[in-house]
Design a protein around this ligand. Structure first.
Ligand SMILES: C[S@@+](CC[C@H](N)C(=O)[O-])C[C@H]1O[C@@H](n2cnc3c(N)ncnc32)[C@H](O)[C@@H]1O
Length: 287
């Protein structure tokens, strides 16, 4: 961009987000990961995590016995995820069960029907061409396998994200949104069901989850945001020290109604959409 601003969703954008992304989990990010994997037997299943970020989800899948691959558009992000796996997985057999590759979700370098479970956590609204990515996910998913996509609830039900994000938006001048970008709350179950149906998925279910996150300072609040919304956290790092302390003071004031002294809690609601397709029944003439 001629004004030096970055366009959200480009590879350059994600390279920069990877540069400030932490590998530490928070209670709420652990709960999000658990909601993607709960009730699934993972042993020996081939798992693909799309937009893997720091790789925490495929690391968990490998610990549960899966053969997991995390893919991400950003090379620095993939290196971060691999280093995260090196530090978290001491058992070489478990470490060997997880790998990371740089790949675009809309053009997967993977064979047809080669994975049993696909996870897309905090990522679907980040993809510039959601229908193209869903067609690729349908191609690589084996019949009977599951594609599990996390979506947010309504903005009103996600005060944990919204309080800081709406204040931060007043300060950020260095990021442009691409035309047609739906945003995290514009990618709804209804929209996804249409896209997935056109991509060839035939069964759907949605589960709702919620979490109340607690924190005791603006820094603790931004640590939560870092574990939930890497781009928002990246935007925060663009602020100078004076802007940052002004933002923190405004954040704490905005939280006054839900604060008890230095202690605050905010809600987050999310949905886990599970979809898949089954092999078509073929009528065989056995005469
Ligand atoms: C908000 S982050 C979520 C990361 C991780 N899934 C998590 O739960 O923390 C979105 C991720 O999607 C990746 N990404 C964006 N566009 C992509 C694309 N076209 N193909 C693959 N990954 C992409 C980004 O680099 C980023 O790591």
């Amino acid at each position: 961009m001629s004004d030096g601003a970055i366009v959200y969703g480009t590879r350059e954008h994600w390279d920069r987000v990877a540069g400030v992304r932490g590998v530490a989990s928070t209670d709420v990010s652990v709960a999000l990961g658990s909601s993607m994997l709960e009730g699934r037997s993972l042993g020996r299943r081939r798992v693909l995590d799309v937009g893997t970020g720091n790789g925490n989800l495929p690391i968990r899948a490998a610990l549960a016995g899966a053969q997991a691959l995390g893919i991400d558009i950003t090379e620095p992000g993939v290196r971060l995820a691999a280093a995260n796996a090196d530090s978290k997985l001491e058992d070489p057999d478990v470490r060997a069960r997880v790998s990371f590759r740089a790949m675009d979700a809309s053009a997967l370098d993977l064979p047809d029907r080669s994975v049993d479970l696909i996870t897309v956590l905090k990522t679907i609204w980040c993809l510039p061409d959601i229908p193209a990515a869903c067609r690729e996910l349908r191609r690589v998913l084996a019949p009977g396998g599951d594609l599990v996509i996390q979506l947010w609830g309504s903005a009103d039900d996600c005060s944990l994200l919204m309080v800081g994000a709406s204040l931060l938006a007043e300060y950020v001048t260095g990021m442009h949104m691409p035309a047609g970008y739906r945003g995290p709350f514009g990618v709804t179950p209804r929209y996804m069901r249409g896209v997935l149906t056109r991509a060839g998925f035939t069964r759907f279910s949605v589960r709702r989850h919620s979490f109340e996150a607690e924190f005791s300072s603006p820094d603790e609040y931004w640590t939560l945001v870092r574990s939930l919304a890497g781009s928002a956290y990246y935007a925060l790092t663009l602020l100078g020290p004076e802007q940052r302390s002004e933002l923190d003071a405004r954040l704490w004031e905005a939280l006054e109604p839900v604060r008890e002294g230095d202690h605050a809690s905010l809600d987050l609601e999310w949905l886990v959409l599970t979809t898949g397709y089954d092999e078509k029944l073929r009528l065989v003439d056995e005469r």
